[in-house]
Design a protein around this ligand. Sequence first.
Ligand code: ZN
Length: 323
Amino acid sequence: MDYPWLLPVWQKLLSLFNQQRLPHALLLVGQKGVGKSYLAQRLAKLLLCQSPGEKACGRCRACYLAQAHPDYFCAEKGTGIEDVRAVIQFFTQSAHQDGKKVAILLNVDQMQPAATHALLKILEEPPQKRCFILTCEQITHLLPTLKSRCLILNVALQSEKALSWLGSIYPEKTASDLKWALAFSEGGPLNVKAILSSKMVDLWREPLYDLFFTEGGLVDDALEAFIIANLKVVLFLLYYWLVDCARSFFHCQSYFTYREVELKKQKAWLKRVAPQKIFAFLDRLNQAVKSLSLPGVNKLLLWEKILYQWRGLSEGKMMLGQL
Ligand SMILES: [Zn+2]
């Protein structure tokens, strides 16, 4: 297994496969970058392999064809009605090998209603020997009827395993930097590479910290553009930093505030803020992150509201009731 944190869910899939109890529709649920798509493809290969063991054999004709296998279909990016129609069309054609066909549909939580209804129809009366592998991040966005037709498997991140895996890939990085990059990538270890290579962490960490934790911290156009484009990540960061602040009240070690200069700023900031307000603001950030996943949310407005409330908090003007 390339990604050690996926092992428990893979073993579950393998056991279902070995007992021939895999249902016609599986739904893999997990955060972005945790490896859902990798798992879906690994399972598809196993299902089509002519000599499967703990995984696809890698030597048979089916394995050799891999993603070019005529009984394999993956709607990689699409979540529209035409993508679902393409899957239905694929399933209705006869199979090339032994009758089995496998289709992967990613991010079904982002589907438009028409596509969802088309998908529901085929899930209701699935053709024989067809397997659907669906993935999603936000299971709460799915219709109950869709969920009830799938076997749901949670693809959970085990942070310690993910961090030791990252440590083996980036031996030059410190454990704190990797923990930070993992948080920055919304906890998806497969996104960490992009985060580290884009230098995003190095570029924006200091301005963001200054904005939040120094008196009269400023936000210029470039910083604001970055924040709006990465609002979820920024809210997560603020959340983690704030958790560190709360931890410091109990004399616990910080997780994400580990640079000397930040610890100094944190100390000064904490003198100006009442502890109970920090806990209330954590709730507020949680709500803001949740509301970001609602369709049509105005990110700029949401950000301005958060910043306004944050400044109120730091300047000691905000009452608990306003949170
Ligand atoms: Zn094989």
